[in-house]
Design a protein around this ligand. Structure first.
Ligand code: NAD
Length: 297
């Protein structure tokens, strides 16, 4: 078993660190929030005084932080030169592709092996150890990271070189955001045309309109398998996080001059829903309420 430093014990990191500890690793955990640190202690991790303290003598380092600026700060000021050069470094946060590539480049220049390994799956998957990891980095770095990521996930996929994990994540979520909006407006229209939503689900889920947002995550309550729609759109994947990922996707699209009209419109609609209409804390499928005229009235 290895000594693992885990930095960032929030909604996602808390469950992930707990799973590493449950698997028998010696997890040295740190978060700026004392409450998060206390929860990690109860879950079997050893609280550290600081990131520097957590990573000293670590064989592996996992970070799960809010955004690119936190990742850059933590790696540049508290991990590089503090963690042993033999440690494998894994950043599981969702951040912009450019920062991921830059930080991994710096890590390599300092003699470390590092991967970007963002996840698909929410808080429940982090707790259950059923996340999907999309990993960017060299073959050697991937092979070193995989046994640790395996404990926290149900699938660990090598997407390509540095930043490829982040690229896969934001491309997937751009498709998800756009397909959710299309699914929402389709169900609203079907209903207004007099179709029963369950009947329409039975037809479309077996016809060419079939997609994940419909069959596994239907935005209409009482239709298909149980989803956040059945819990008044609570739990699940917050609209604020979908908006974050759409913004990252648009930033990446601009950087390579890629035309993404559907992604851009999805970003605009989620901005309206999350920031102007107060939907940020609701599951992202709640955008159906904005699309349905009766809710706007
Ligand atoms: P969160 O805000 O709950 O947790 C982030 C934690 O990082 C907080 O506890 C914060 O105190 C800590 N932190 C910030 N700066 C720090 C520093 N310098 N040193 C130590 N700790 C620091 O966020 P989350 O929901 O756990 O998400 C983490 C990442 O995972 C984000 O990049 C997010 O986009 C991504 N993600 C989240 C979900 C989800 O459903 N919540 C799903 C997939 C991916």
């Amino acid at each position: 078993m290895a000594r693992v430093a885990f930095i960032g014990l929030g909604n996602m990191g808390g469950g992930m660190a707990a799973n590493l500890a449950k698997a028998g690793h010696d997890v040295r955990a740190f978060d700026l929030s004392p409450e998060a640190l206390e929860r990690a202690k109860k879950a079997g991790c050893l609280p550290a005084e600081s990131t520097d303290d957590a990573v000293a003598e670590a064989e592996a380092v996992v970070t799960m932080l809010p955004a690119g600026k936190h990742v850059r700060d933590v790696y540049e000021n508290h991990i590089f030169g503090k963690a042993p050069p033999a440690a494998i470094l894994m950043d599981c946060s969702t951040i912009d592709v450019a920062t991921a590539r830059e930080v991994i480049g710096d890590a390599q220049a300092k003699g470390y092996r590092m991967v970007d390994a963002p996840v698909s799956g929410g808080i429940a998957a982090a707790e259950a150890g059923t996340l999907t990891f999309m990993v960017g980095g060299t073959e050697e770095a991937f092979n070193r990271a995989e046994p640790f990521l395996d404990i926290m996930g149900k699938a660990v996929i090598h997407a390509g070189g540095a930043g490829a994990g982040q690229a896969a994540k934001i491309c997937n979520n751009m498709l998800l955001g756009a397909s959710m909006i299309a699914t929402c407006e389709t169900f609203v229209l079907a209903q207004k045309l007099g179709l029963d939503p369950k009947t329409f689900f039975d037809i479309s889920s077996q016809a060419s309109g079939q997609n994940w947002s419909m069959t596994s995550y239907c935005p209409v309550p009482g239709v298909g398998p149980e989803t956040p729609a059945d819990r008044d759109y609570n739990g699940g994947f917050a609209a604020a996080l979908m908006l974050k990922d759409l913004r990252l996707a648009m930033e990446a699209a601009r950087s390579v001059d890629s035309y993404t009209p559907m992604g851009a419109y999805a970003e605009e609609l989620y901005t309206r829903f999350a920031e102007k209409l107060g939907g940020s804390g609701k599951d992202f499928s709640a955008i159906i309420k904005m699309i349905d005229d009766s809710w706007k009235a």
